[in-house]
Design a protein. Structure first.
Length: 262
């Protein structure tokens, strides 16, 4: 896993790196470099600053710290439904979860629907992390196509990226809702569908995400992966969960990625 600008991102794999060799589409001994063409970008948390959702919760009279509890639950429930073959739209899962969280926060029953809608709509108004715009610009300068791939609606993603100044840098967003069965990431078929929509093979794509489960899913689908682990109070990258497939790259922000791909 490369973490420092200047590392050889495409160094010849050793004999025991069969996953890397398979992703490069060649023999591990031939040192052939994959021709990256497309960067698939996770959206919520990776590009957008979801910490700002605390304000939306406070705006409806609930503690701001519940925003992270809610969003984590939305991803948990959406993935669980996908596992059972009953995938639901992001907005529907988010609304149901918001009603539950806000109820337990003490909001009156007659306010739940309006308050839940307000916090869900706030997801589509989130700002981009400061490192995202320069990072996307640097990736485009490398000649790479940038394709957002979100659990949420494509239209919502397109609007928030345009509002953040990234609309001209990325292609039209892909939503898991449009994949066969509407299966949420990390369903293998959804990554395959996204690659088909982009017109590339797994060996030609890089998945960028802040979520270890997304990185793991993409790696299992044969893509190269980059884990965005924005530093906490220590200013250092944290350890990637040991139960998940290790990312090929780990960066403290999207703006650090292009240097590892030069």
């Amino acid at each position: 896993m490369s973490t420092v600008p200047g590392d050889d991102r495409f160094a010849t794999p050793t004999a025991d790196t069969s996953r890397d060799a398979a992703r490069e589409g060649g023999d591990a001994r031939d040192g052939a470099e994959p021709a990256l063409r497309v960067v698939l970008l996770d959206v919520n948390g990776t590009l957008t600053d979801t910490s700002q959702l605390a304000g939306a919760f406070e705006g409806v009279g609930a503690p701001g710290h519940l925003a992270q509890t809610w969003l984590t639950g939305v991803l948990r429930d959406g993935i669980a439904l996908t596992l059972h073959g009953d995938a639901q739209r992001f907005a529907d899962v988010a609304l149901a979860g918001a009603r539950s969280v806000l109820h337990h926060a003490g909001l009156p029953a007659e306010q739940l629907d309006e308050a839940a809608l307000a916090v869900v709509e706030a997801v589509g108004e989130l700002p981009l992390h400061p490192d995202v715009l320069p990072g996307l610009q640097a990736l485009r300068e490398l000649g790479l196509r940038l394709v957002p791939l979100s659990q949420g609606a494509a239209g919502t993603t397109d609007r928030l990226l345009a509002a953040g100044g990234a609309g001209d840098l990325v292609e039209g967003a892909l939503s898991v809702a449009d994949a066969p069965g509407g299966l949420w990431k990390p369903a293998p078929g959804t990554y395959a569908w996204a690659l088909d929509q982009a017109g590339v093979s797994p060996q030609e794509a890089l998945l960028v995400a802040v979520h270890p489960w997304d990185v793991d899913g993409a790696a299992r689908a044969g893509l190269t992966t980059a884990w965005v682990d924005r530093p906490g109070p220590t200013g250092a990258l944290g350890p990637h969960p040991g139960t998940m497939t290790e990312p090929d790259l780990a960066v403290p922000g999207v703006d650090a990625l292009a240097d590892l791909l030069r």
